[in-house]
Design a protein around this ligand. Structure first.
Ligand code: GLU
Length: 551
């Protein structure tokens, strides 16, 4: 094809695209930012599902941008209309905002914010087409008239011959079509996609330095990938190159599933005459499944959905801390040294990121969460549990707000002091943890341990009814229980019982257990003294009476 034919072809293929490259360059002037400032972006497809794993590139992008005085953008990659879901953008924005990931620029719930938009790829067709035409003029792109069936046929043939899949070499039927033949197809109204004319060779390796993965050698791409689909909307690859170049992205932070198409991206940057960007490819989150490791899966694992953490009521800061620990190897150490510091004080470094996939461990997350909850005041815990239950457990919420002081006293058990209790990890556990304080939720769910006879339990409960006096010190309270034990043939100390088990029915712990089951309905509970003080005499006696009837 001659140069003139190529110029003509560009106009024939995209007659309505009048924007020129110069226009585009004028639309997006270079950013003026302080030295070292990073410009990052999150570029989700609007599928309505936010994977827990998305927090990793998102938080990395947020930290690196904001820590350096840079910018983080939200760009919506809605070029695949089939996958787009109504309300998805709102879900993305709100779920990330929940984790303090707030964009400086990009799509918002209202109009776009920022000078590099539109931030929806579906609204940038004219920009992509300006560059598509340029590639056509330079002979680096051509129309392909293959139908779905044609492509399926190619695929089957490649399968049969055990050839690599894709549109390349002898399989690239339209790569060398003459101008006249193309014109004929166009005159016949045939739809076409625009393909990149790759000059790559599978025998060549390209050295490449990834900011996270380090030095890599990737194989050149020889496939003529689609740049613009038949509706004139770009594929991810083409849009990525153009958008990240013109939006001034400095670091492309994305999942490492994109490493396989990186050679194409590098080719496109070169073909378009753009300076290559820095890439940070992040490995997927792994999970132990039986004997082996696998990716945390949207289909198999409920904890893969970001909504799981809100529904369970994980404190936001616990999730952030946990993700930070997986992202930066020295974060945990830093957190131990700075237990109360905001995570934004930590200096996030790309070189401290893990090259291979992090292992997701919910037990660890729960521990992180218990630590964080243990540092909160009772009032804070109360507020969080109210906020959570208002949305997810209305009945419990009503109980909580019916008497705030009462609930705060409950949450205050074991709080403060040198060694605060670390038993609450998520807000959804609060009801099981302290529900028994409310008569509506109190129910005896545990039976007596086997070593305690019913008669002894009845005697202990009857006697305790006569001696329980609220308002004593914890020591005096415990003195009463010890006396109750010894009066009824139980040892005052577990040690004494262990030395001479034949002399006793049990020990003081068994006596407390009888009371615990009666008063809280179960074998595990926070401190009994505090429970009784909060419940008050009347309720304690009522519950003992109830136990006498049910045990
Ligand atoms: N739309 C791509 C995705 O959702 C974005 C990848 C990128 O960050 O470039 O995976």
């Amino acid at each position: 094809m001659t140069q003139q034919q190529r110029n003509e072809l560009a106009e024939l293929l995209y007659p309505k695209a009048t924007l020129t490259i110069q226009d585009v360059e004028k639309m997006f002037p270079k950013r003026t930012l302080p030295e070292g400032a990073k410009v990052t972006r999150m570029a989700p497809s609007p599928t309505g599902f936010v994977h827990f794993g998305n927090l990793f590139p998102a938080l990395t992008s947020e930290r690196l941008a904001h820590q350096s005085g840079g910018v983080m953008m939200l760009r919506i990659e809605d070029t695949d209309a089939k996958r787009a879901v109504d309300g998805a953008v709102e879900i993305i924005i709100n779920s990330l905002k929940h984790y303090n990931i707030i964009f400086d620029e990009g799509a918002t719930l209202g109009d776009d914010v920022g000078n590099y938009g539109p931030y929806y790829q579906s609204r940038r067709a004219d920009i992509y087409q300006a560059f598509a035409k340029e590639l056509i003029r330079k002979g680096q792109a051509y129309p392909c008239f293959c139908t779905e069936e044609d492509l399926e046929k190619i695929h089957s043939e490649q399968e049969a011959k055990k050839d690599n899949f894709g549109y390349y070499g002898k399989y690239a039927k339209h790569r060398d079509m003459s101008f006249e033949d193309i014109k004929k197809e166009l005159d016949a109204g045939k739809p076409f996609a625009l393909r990149f004319r790759s000059e790559g060779n599978l025998n060549n390796k390209i050295p490449f330095d990834d900011v996270v993965k380090g030095h890599l050698e990737v194989t050149e791409n020889d496939i003529d990938h689609v740049l613009l689909k038949s509706d004139g909307i770009p594929t991810y690859h083409f849009a990525h190159a153009i958008d990240d170049h013109f939006m001034g992205t400095t670091h492309v932070i994305r999942g490492d599933e994109w490493l396989s198409t990186l050679p194409l991206h590098l080719q496109l940057f070169d073909a378009l005459g753009f300076e290559r960007l820095k890439y940070m490819h992040i490995s997927p989150l792994m999970k132990i499944d039986g004997e082996s490791k696998r990716k945390l899966s949207k289909r198999k694992d409920p904890e893969a959905a970001l909504t799981f953490y809100t529904e369970m009521g994980y404190p936001v800061l616990a999730v952030i801390d946990y993700v930070m620990m997986l992202l930066n190897s020295n974060y945990e150490e830093w957190r131990i040294q700075n237990p109360a510091a905001p995570y934004t004080d930590f200096e996030f470094k790309a070189e401290n990121m893990s090259v291979s996939g992090s292992l997701f461990d919910i037990v660890k997350l729960n521990d992180v969460s218990k630590n964080i909850v243990s540092t909160m005041t009772a009032e804070q815990v109360y507020d969080y549990v109210c906020e959570w239950s208002e949305q997810y457990d209305k009945d419990f919420y009503k109980l909580l707000i019916s008497d705030k002081d009462y609930a705060v006293r409950i949450f205050n058990i074991g709080r403060g002091g040198e060694k605060p209790r670390k038993d609450l990890a998520v807000w959804s556990e609060a009801k099981a943890y302290m529900g028994f304080f409310y008569d509506d939720l109190y129910k005896i769910t545990s039976s007596l341990p086997e070593n305690i006879s019913k008669e002894d339990a009845v005697t202990i409960l009857e006697s305790y009814k006569n001696i329980y006096t609220p308002g004593k010190t914890q020591e005096d309270w415990f003195g009463d229980i010890t006396k109750l034990a010894t009066d009824n043939g139980f040892a005052a100390k577990p040690k004494e019982y262990k030395k001479n088990p034949e002399m006793y029915k049990g020990h003081v712990g068994d006596v407390s257990m009888i009371l615990r089951i009666a008063v809280s309905g179960r074998q595990n509970s926070p401190d009994m003294y505090e429970i009784m003080e909060i419940l008050g005499k009347e309720r304690v006696i009522q519950r003992i009476d109830n136990a006498l009837k049910t045990l």
